[in-house]
Design a protein around this ligand. Structure first.
Ligand SMILES: [Zn+2]
Length: 107
């Protein structure tokens, strides 16, 4: 069971993008990294090249770089605060995440 999942809204709590919020696009559990939409943007210079039949133009491509999962906190879907997560087994026997702030289920 993971603290942060794809599609969650998280807030950055450390680093240059401190305070920014975004939607989780990808989670890499092995490396403990998350990619958050429009957060930790890096600019990559791209040279003009041929890709199949298409000409790729030279320019600057903006791309989200992974963040350390410990540098983001989940934003609760119920109370809209950033929060730590507890887990509980619900009535259906399913493990769900619980907001430590408002004590409501997040999933
Ligand atoms: Zn909450």
């Amino acid at each position: 069971m993971q603290r942060i999942k794809k599609g969650d809204t998280v807030q950055v709590i450390a680093g240059k993008d401190l305070g920014q919020k975004g939607t989780v696009l990808r989670v890499n559990h092995q490396e403990g990294r998350v990619i958050v939409e429009r957060v930790n943007i890096v600019k990559k210079h791209q040279k003009a090249r041929q890709s199949g039949n298409q000409q790729v133009q030279a320019g600057i491509v903006e791309k989200e770089a992974p963040l350390n999962a410990s540098n983001v906190m989940l934003v609760c879907t119920q109370c809209n605060n950033r929060t730590r997560v507890n887990f509980r087994i619900n009535e259906e026997g399913r493990k769900v995440r619980v907001c430590k702030h408002c004590k409501q289920d997040i999933d």
